[in-house]
Design a binder for this molecule. Sequence first.
Ligand SMILES: NC(=O)c1ccc[n+]([C@@H]2O[C@H](COP(=O)([O-])OP(=O)(O)OC[C@H]3O[C@@H](n4cnc5c(N)ncnc54)[C@H](O)[C@@H]3O)[C@@H](O)[C@H]2O)c1
Ligand SMILES: [Fe+2]
Length: 375
Amino acid sequence: MKEILIKGQLNKFKSFEEFVKEFQPDKRDLLFTNQFIYDEFAKPLNLQCQVLFQEKFGAGEPSEEMISKIFAAAPEDSYDRVIAAGGGAIMDIGKLLSLKRTGSIHQLFFKEAEVMRAKKLIAIPTTCGTGSEVTNISVAIVKDANGDTTKLGLVSDLLIPQEVCLIPQMLKTLPYKPFASSAIDALIHAVESYLSPARATMTSELYGVKAMELILEGFRRIGEQGPEVRLDYLEEFVTAACYAGIAFLQAGCATVHAMSFPLGGTYHVPHGESNYALFGKVLEKYNERKPEGKMGEFKKTIARILGGTEEEALGRLAELEEKILHLRPLREYGFEEKDIEVFAESVLENQQRLVVNSYVPLTKELIQEIYRECY
Ligand SMILES: NC(=O)c1ccc[n+]([C@@H]2O[C@H](COP(=O)([O-])OP(=O)(O)OC[C@H]3O[C@@H](n4cnc5c(N)ncnc54)[C@H](O)[C@@H]3O)[C@@H](O)[C@H]2O)c1
Ligand SMILES: [Fe+2]
């Protein structure tokens, strides 16, 4: 077994000011972020670097169109380092901004253009979800060969940021809803990589379990004392999301992500929330088909963290998550009955890199059953 542990350098800072002291951004640096993050943390520091705000180029998660506009606004020869400070969307676009412009965004995502690194990338997560700061993936909303909209991941180790900067203080401004959906996304990364049948490694398991422990302890506190207690636990949440990213860099995500991508791409459901809508049902189906083995270990781990018996583990997990974010049926996001068939095809056609990591073989029938029961 061979594994790459962490490719970039991990840094933790108490404040954005500390980061600036260390990295000294100058006019050959491009800070890619949101205006509200800039105003709160960067503006008072009178930085000399170039600044671009994602929201000037469109709303929501990265799309081909949005990224193309951002490329046009940031000529390739105008900067040497990219500082991506934001949620997964910002970091994923930052990854693309660090590449040599070998083709269009569409060509990159459909493997018709080569991935080559051109700039140094510094990633600062301001949500506690994607782990994008340590992963080799950039996700965007694209049109597939049939003209249908979906989300695709561009995968290359050249996308792994060289510098990772965790600054828990920067999550203070994150409202509860995106906080909750990003934290659930991180939990799902930890679980999907833990159950990954072929690719799980010593470190993916270690980091995955630690991420589950930290996140579920945070959820327990929020469940008992309310959403505000998260503010005293932000360092643990941002660290856990990074750990979960390290776990899935090794072991990969699986069914939940594969099935949520058409949902997120078509109905613009926030990433963590669209995963959450499917997560409990996917675990239930895994457990029906193969309750022993790694699933048995997983239930033991959850029972150890949350209390109760192994048999109660999945139920207790769902109960705790409900206290964090209300589980809604897919129809409330705009999902229609005809999508059961169309999305199942899209999953098998576009998401094979995730489908292959499913804990049980992911057939079209099983995908349809899960969508139907979540509908
Ligand atoms: N590359 C990867 O490994 C990977 C993994 C999973 C998901 N993703 C992608 O990441 C994206 C989801 O990322 P996310 O969950 O971080 O959501 P996000 O980046 O869409 O951010 C969620 C919302 O929170 C806001 N926000 C972020 N930080 C804030 C802060 N500190 N204060 C106030 N508001 C803040 C954003 O502006 C946005 O409105 C999706 O596009 C998904 O496909 C990537
Ligand atoms: Fe995710």
